[in-house]
Write a protein that binds this ligand. Structure first.
Ligand SMILES: NC(=O)c1ccc[n+]([C@@H]2O[C@H](COP(=O)([O-])OP(=O)(O)OC[C@H]3O[C@@H](n4cnc5c(N)ncnc54)[C@H](O)[C@@H]3O)[C@@H](O)[C@H]2O)c1
Length: 436
């Protein structure tokens, strides 16, 4: 089977590599010439565990190709995926210009029947919009080409993307036509050997369910953050509260961890987009709006706590461990670290940060003055306080002796609630966390 994936970012690249691992011939297409040149040379522009060996193997086997030409890339494709970015507009709505441009290009170049599948997260109604764009481009050129649109939202998590793609909890296919349904079933069959986990539905429901899934997860986080903030005020411990509620099978234990807010390329923008969809449809989304507000406030909690402790942060040395929005990725889109760095900088603090993978990303995204450490212990030399922002494995059991010797102060601000208060206090530190 031949497929094409337009947009070779986190989702497009991982999808392309994983489909090719199953023996499918994949053309990955992107307008970023530098990205395509490095991928053609076998170099991966992102950090994602396990991706490099799969890329190498499938490129060598001749099943995985990279091109900047849509015409060339879709020439033999039975399925054409749209996997370009759908960032937030300033009003919270979704910027669809990349999706629209790809649809125009498909319409201009398609010369055979294909299924066009949206993997990008797009608002309800976008499939119809894409259909109209492709159809009008085909008509403008006086051609007759058949195609079908399906919605195939992606659920992979950065940092565990290969595993998520190769063994998905479910694959959602929004499809309203038997021919397209059969093609999608064949494409995903290799991933369904143990059990068939494809869920078919109408296209609008598939488009909406992706937002609902992300909003549900974000809601759990904001809910726990709000409870954690209350714990701090009334002297309760969020860890105990979490264990107590998570053992209720109706609630479950996942995604109940309080911290300094969620970030990443999906939750913040998808929550905002769902609220915007509600506004456009005349359906107020009170819960969703609150989830977003709580998260924005939560990202400021770290610096607020430090200010409560120190009074002023002017000229203090603050060490940061972790910049990426979560471990095992170099992605910093909407990461809490961006807010913390900006607030520390405005408060006059001197920042020295370390992250195992995201320092280059940070250099590109952050313009204010800050220092980058050579390793986690270099970051804390002469620090008045250490803030943990991303729970990378290497930060989970640090040597408190080294920290005590290297730091000038003794404040540990645990933004992910991973440390044990008594252990830290035994070493003479002041421990601050979220709701503990
Ligand atoms: N990142 C995730 O974890 C994740 C998970 C599930 C769903 N999604 C959704 O998938 C979509 C893609 O996200 P991402 O994180 O991979 O984005 P990304 O920004 O990493 O990649 C998008 C790619 O599309 C390319 N592109 C833009 N316009 C193009 C065009 N006209 N032709 C060809 N390529 C073009 C860009 O150059 C870029 O390489 C988004 O809608 C996102 O919400 C992302």
């Amino acid at each position: 089977m031949n497929i094409a994936i337009i947009g070779t970012g986190y989702v497009g690249l991982v999808s392309g590599v994983c489909f090719s691992e199953m023996g499918i011939n994949v053309e990955c297409i992107d307008i970023d010439t530098e990205k395509i040149a490095s991928l053609q040379a076998g170099e991966i522009p992102i950090y994602e565990p396990g991706l490099d060996s799969l890329l190498e193997r499938n490129q060598r086997a001749g099943r995985l190709h990279f091109t900047t030409s849509i015409a060339e890339g879709i020439a033999h494709a039975e399925v054409i995926f749209i996997a370009v970015g759908t960032p937030s507009r300033s009003d919270g709505g979704v910027e669809l210009c990349y999706v629209e441009e790809v649809a125009r290009q498909i319409g201009r170049n398609l010369d055979h029947y294909a299924v066009v599948a949206t993997k990008s997260t797009v608002p309800v109604g976008t499939a119809k919009h894409i259909h109209n764009i492709i159809a009008s481009e085909i008509a403008a050129n006086n051609r007759t080409v058949e195609f079908d649109i399906v919605s195939n939202p992606e659920f992979l998590k950065e940092g565990a993307a290969i595993k998520d793609f190769m063994s998905p909890d479910r694959v959602v296919v929004g499809v309203e036509n038997e021919r397209a349904r059969r093609i999608m079933a064949r494409l995903y069959k290799p991933f369904m050997f143990i059990s068939d986990r494809i869920i078919y539905m109408d296209i609008a429901s598939a488009e909406l369910m992706k937002y609902a899934a992300n909003a549900m997860l974000a809601t759990r986080i904001s809910f726990m953050n709000e409870i954690a903030n209350l714990c701090d005020k009334v002297g309760a411990n969020i860890d105990s509260v979490r264990k107590g509620i998570g053992t209720d099978v109706r609630i479950g234990s996942k995604f109940l961890y309080a911290g300094c807010g969620y970030g990443g390329s999906c939750f913040p923008k998808d929550v905002r987009a769902l609220a915007e969809t509600g506004r456009n449809a005349g359906c107020t989304m009170d819960v969703i709006e609150a989830v977003n507000r709580v998260n924005i406030r939560q990202k400021s909690i770290i610096v607020e706590r430090l200010k409560e402790h120190f009074g002023s942060l002017e000229s203090l040395n603050i060490a940061i461990w972790g910049l990426s929005f979560k471990p095992e990725t170099d992605d910093m889109r909407e990461a809490p670290s961006l807010v913390v760095i900006e607030e520390l900088h405005s408060a006059g603090a001197h920042i020295k940060a370390f992250d195992p993978e995201a320092m280059e990303t940070c250099r590109r995204m952050v313009s204010c003055e800050m220092e980058y450490a050579t390793d986690m212990y270099d970051a804390v030399v002469d620090a008045d306080a250490l803030i943990l922002l991303t729970e990378w494995k290497q930060f989970r059991m640090p040597s408190w002796q080294i920290l005590r010797r290297s730091m000038r102060g003794n404040v540990i601000m645990d933004g992910r609630n991973i440390y044990d208060r008594s252990e830290i206090e035994e070493h003479g530190f002041i421990y601050k966390a979220i709701g503990k």
